[in-house]
Design a protein around this ligand. Structure first.
Ligand SMILES: [Fe+2]
Ligand SMILES: [Fe+2]
Length: 162
């Protein structure tokens, strides 16, 4: 029998591990940039592509927060308010995402939904970054370990969606 010893695995994690909060803030910035691009997009095809990317980024981001980050924060803070509220906000975001994902950008109602989604996201991000994240940072949560879990889960979800 041939041995596989000596052969190193080809798989190398492409994303360097980062602290959980830095990763989540980077996602927030990316989505905000995509919304800005949507505002400036001059063709229907560009708008459709941007919305597809926004919906995918937001869905994956919300999922890793709900599966990994929020439960850890809830436990560390013994929180009964911030995480439940954020989870309800995610549900509202998902309702709007479902209304535009895969749909044709066909006029004012579509644009209105994207605009309201952008406003909801801004509000939600502000609460996370101004309230939840500073409180989470002040705990003894291991943000590097959480960041690794988030990165691994994101890669899985991206692969599933691809
Ligand atoms: Fe977030
Ligand atoms: Fe969130």
């Amino acid at each position: 029998m041939k041995t596989e010893q000596g052969k190193t695995g080809k798989f190398i994690a492409p994303i360097k591990s980062q602290e959980a909060i830095k990763l989540l803030i980077a996602d927030h910035r990316l989505v905000s940039k995509l919304f800005d691009e949507y505002e400036k997009a001059s063709t229907k095809a560009m708008r459709k592509k941007l919305v597809a990317q926004i919906c995918m980024e937001l869905s994956i981001h919300a999922q890793v927060e709900e599966e990994i980050f929020y439960p850890a924060v809830k436990k560390a803070l013994k929180d009964h308010e911030l995480v439940p509220e954020a989870t309800v906000e995610h549900a509202s975001l998902k309702t709007l995402i479902a209304q535009i994902e895969g749909k044709e950008p066909d006029g004012e109602m579509y644009d209105a939904k994207v605009k309201v989604l952008c406003e909801y996201v801004k509000h939600h991000v502000k609460e996370e970054q101004n309230e939840m994240f500073p409180k989470a940072k002040a705990t003894n949560l291991d943000m590097v370990e959480l960041g690794e879990k988030i990165t691994a889960r994101k890669q899985e979800l991206i692969a599933e969606k691809a």
